[in-house]
Every structure is written in C-alpha cells, then in structure tokens.
Design a protein around this ligand. Structure first.
Ligand SMILES: NC(=O)c1ccc[n+]([C@@H]2O[C@H](COP(=O)([O-])OP(=O)(O)OC[C@H]3O[C@@H](n4cnc5c(N)ncnc54)[C@H](OP(=O)(O)O)[C@@H]3O)[C@@H](O)[C@H]2O)c1
Length: 279
C-alpha cells in the first residue's frame, strides 16, 4: 500500500493484516517519493506485491505542481509499474472529480472537476486506467472515523480552541464514508473482487450537508462549539467560491451489487455511541 502514514492508510494497514495478508509499505521507507515518480518503478519491481492499494495523495491546500506530480504523474507511474509485474491495483480517487451540478453521479459518470485538487485526481484516475485497464479506481467522499479524529474536524476544533467562529457550508452535500468500511472494501477489491475494473463509487449511503455533518462530528468528539467561545455559522459555499462542488451525491449501485458495506453517518455514529456506553 501507499500512504501508510495517512488518515485512511492508518486504518487500512491493520485491515490488510487482519485479513491475513502480508503488508508492504510502498512509501518513503521503501525509497518511494511520489514527487519523483521514477522512484516508484524500482520499488515495485523490487518488492513485487501481488496487489497494490494506492491511497497516497497530495490533498487540497498543497501547491498545484505538487498535486499534479503526486496525484497524476506518480499515480500513472505506479499503475504502469503494477501492470508490468501483473499486480492488482486499487486506486483511491475522489468525488471532487465531479462538478456538483449533476448529482447523483453514477459509477461511470464522466469527470468534470471544478478545482485543482479535483483536476489532478481526475487526471490521476484517467492516467491509471489508461496504462492498467484492469485496475479499479474508487471514488470516495469525506473520510471520517470514530477512533481517530479526521483532519477536517480536527481543523474545526483547532479554530474553535483559538476562539474563532466556524463557517460551515449548508449548501454542500456529501456522502461521508466511515474509514473502517472504506478500508475493508478496499481490501476486498484488492484480493477478492479482482475482476472489478474501471470506476466505482464507494461512500456512505447517507447524504448530509457539510454543516450538519460538521456539527455531528463535533458533537461526537464532545466539542461544544458555543461553550468554547467560538460558535458556528451556516454559510453558502456558492456565495464564497465557484470552485466548490455543491452536490456530490454518489449512486452506489455497483457497491451494492458487490455487497460492499456502505453504512451512513447515523448508523455508524449510533453504533459507536452504543459501543461507548456499553464499554
Ligand atoms: N480525506 C478525505 O476526506 C478524502 C475524501 C475523498 C478522497 N480522498 C482520497 O483518499 C486518499 C487518502 O486520503 P487521506 O485523507 O487519508 O490522506 P492523508 O491523510 O493526507 O495522507 C496522505 C498520504 O500520502 C502520502 N504522501 C503524500 N505525498 C507523498 C509523497 N511525495 N511521497 C510519498 N507519499 C506521499 C503521505 O505520506 P507522508 O505523511 O509521508 O507525506 C500520507 O501517507 C487520497 O487518495 C485522497 O485523495 C480523501
């Protein structure tokens, strides 16, 4: 796998091992720097994994050139290397490949990104499937967990702690995905559902607006935004920028047909709350 040190990677690694597979870190310890795509082929050739789950990415906020090299060029190089040794490849993509104006998006919906991150991820997906047509590209949504706080919520907490008010988008709709379910589905696609190719949506089945989801996550982590001095304002992304895709609901037909678990936010958080009170 790539991205072992990342948020998804941190839960994917134990999922790979729990499923009885030997884990190989195709990251910096193996000499891979995705900013230098040429380092990928040598590591793949040396380690010869049977399957690769590619989670590493340069996420929004990174310089455009970094996102282009890591998300597009290095993904293509990894796919080429995987194809050359006959390795299965599961590539992690994003709902940000879409424009948010034509939801819900089918598994094979054409990409039309609005921002640089989306553009580089869409280009990465295309680069992967061009050189490794048997690979599968998993388009997913906001990733969250109930054991480790996700990056976005952690950012909200930091701002509240600093006494700032939060502005959350009430007109932005996503299908947040539980990191444990996503990890398990990626492992299944890598080692069991090996004939699946092309693009597939894997997200939570529940659509929720960004403001409501932010509040849900803050409540889950016991953060009282008002009591901390900050507070939350609902705002409209459409008033702020035209580069934020508004409605990224995803159809989950293919995931359902394959029996991939896609629990929604309510189900995951109520299950976690029940687990907490029972322990
Ligand atoms: N988080 C979300 O809500 C979300 C939503 C939709 C799709 N996705 C996709 O899901 C995947 C996982 O996201 P995440 O949030 O878990 O990512 P993350 O926490 O930001 O982790 C990114 C990973 O990529 C690695 N990486 C970045 N640049 C690298 C480089 N030059 N060389 C080698 N490794 C490098 C990082 O390693 P270092 O720590 O060593 O830099 C880290 O392990 C990504 O493909 C992302 O596009 C995420």
């Amino acid at each position: 796998m790539t991205g072992l040190s990342g948020y998804l990677g941190g839960r994917l690694a134990p999922a790979i091992e729990a499923a009885g597979h030997q884990l190989v870190d195709l990251g910096r310890p193996a000499g891979v720097d995705l900013l230098e795509p040429a380092t990928v082929a040598a590591a793949v050739e040396r380690l010869r994994p049977a399957a690769i789950i590619h989670t590493a990415a340069a996420n929004p906020g990174r310089p455009e050139a970094t996102m282009d090299t890591v998300n597009r060029a290095a993904s293509g190089a990894l796919a080429e290397a995987a194809a050359s040794i006959g390795a299965r490849l599961v590539h992690v993509s994003t709902d940000a490949a879409f424009d948010g104006r034509h939801a819900p998006y089918a598994d094979d919906a054409p990409t039309h990104p609005l921002n640089e991150y989306g553009r580089t991820k869409a280009a990465g997906e295309a680069a992967v499937l061009a050189v490794h047509p048997a690979a599968v590209a998993v388009r997913t949504s906001l990733i969250y967990g109930v054991h480790d706080i996700d990056r976005s919520t952690a950012g909200f907490v930091a701002r509240l702690r600093a006494g700032q008010r939060l502005a959350l988008f009430a007109d932005v709709v996503r299908q947040p995905v539980w990191v444990e379910a996503l990890a398990a589905n990626l492992v299944r696609l890598a080692v069991e559902l090996v004939d699946e190719r092309g693009t597939i949506n894997v997200a939570g089945e529940q659509a929720i607006d960004r403001a409501a989801f932010g509040r849900r996550m803050l409540a889950y982590w016991n953060v009282d935004a008002e009591a901390w001095g900050g507070g939350i304002d609902d705002v409209r992304a459409a008033d702020v920028s035209d580069a934020i895709p508004l409605d990224l609901r995803l159809r989950l037909d293919r995931a359902a047909a394959l029996g991939l678990a896609c629990p929604g936010v309510d189900e995951v958080l109520s299950g976690a709350a029940a687990g907490r009170s029972g322990s």
